[in-house]
Design a protein around this ligand. Sequence first.
Ligand code: HMG
Length: 438
Amino acid sequence: MSKSVQGFSKLTKDEKIEWVTTNFTQDPNAAKALLKSYWNSDSKLQRLHDEFIENTLTNHYLPFGVAPNFLINDQLYTIPMTIEESSVVAAASKAAKFWKDRGGFKTTILGTEKIGQVHFIFDGDSSKLWEFFTKIKPRLGEDASELTANMVKRGGGITNIELRDKTNDVQGYYQLHCTFETLDAMGANFINSCLEQFAKTLKNEAQHYTPFTEAERNIEVVMSILSNYVPNCLVRAEVSCPVSELKSSAVSPEEFAQKMVRAVQIAQAEPHRAVTHNKGIMNGIDAVVLATGNDFRAVEAGIHAYASKDGKYTSLTHARIENGQFYFWMEIPLALGTVGGLTSLHPLVKVALEILGKPSAPELMQIVAVAGLAQNFAALRSLVTTGIQEGHMKMHLLNILNQLGATEVEKKELTNYFKKNTVTHSSVVAAFENLRNN
Ligand code: HMG
């Protein structure tokens, strides 16, 4: 079914809903009513959400939960998580509780450098380009000074601009590779504005640079954009405890520690496993990134690139046993903000940041990394002991009952029943049908 439309963006929200439901749904009235039932009754709040994106029809809810008991650098946090997948919040909470009694999580900020690049084509004598760059480098910063004034006042700004020769990759391709300190802002707008100014200065200065030939003066700027790969905006999160304290009901502490280390080694060696292993880590990371109004696509892209930084996709976490001590840790790049963007607009994001004690961006990096590490610990613990399905299905029970259309009374009865019985999709269906038929 393909339908095109002209001027859709100019229609009112009601007209857009009318067009979509009439053209694409079997029961337009029911679809219309459903879409509108997700509108917020507070029209001001609804307008705010409408204006976050374009062509908004309604809201798409995700659950917002919390995982308490996270001891991070001796400070207790309750971590807000926005996610649709059952068992993630429970797993994070269980790991938090476990590590709280074993010294908690330790974190370190290893860097906060953000990156942006001006990609351009220069057709000519590269030695002249290097001389030209040395000459105009101070000018690049000066021309952007209006844009950077406030950031500089707060202690941030442009930290370096380098010329990079990429002509081995693409004919005539050079970059201005630029680094920034953006403090508590994620910095995308700041960086992109600076880069666009650098591009203007680059082009203008080239046009008046007499050593260049006519052709060399015509630098072609292809694009100016930040990079979501920030390997020097890095945070480390870790836990450790004596192996003897790794109590798990299913196996001995020693066996458990070894199984955990082996599970990580497998993810380090085998990309198919590494992707799923890292997906489990992203369960925790994305949930906190979303709850705090940050850009999870940027975070995802950057972290997966980091997981391949040595030429092969591998595990983000590491584990070892040394002198009877179990160590489990992870280093990940995270460009996050706690000011600007959605953080000051979305009412729930504001609450999430308040629950976290209004963290700075580096503090939020540490919290997010811990959520990822905790999630991986919980998933691996289940995988190497009971198997993932036991805990996951236990948490998924209500979803299955909702799919089956169970009433509140039926849900209560079946939840009780499955406290002592194994949850699988078919066992829930059978128990539900049994209850209904009786
Ligand atoms: P359990 O031992 O049956 O839970 O674990 P429990 O009922 O004994 O409760 C222990 C604690 O767990 C609770 O303490 C909570 O902290 C938490 P309390 O609050 O009682 O003091 N907890 C809950 N928190 C909130 N709501 C709940 C709840 N239940 C327990 N309803 C659990 C059950 C699911 C936690 C455990 O089996 C587990 O951690 N499983 C791992 C689940 C997981 O990793 N899910 C992610 C989705 S699967 C996936 O996508 C990733 C994966 O593919 C990644 C990979 O392959 O590496 C697996």
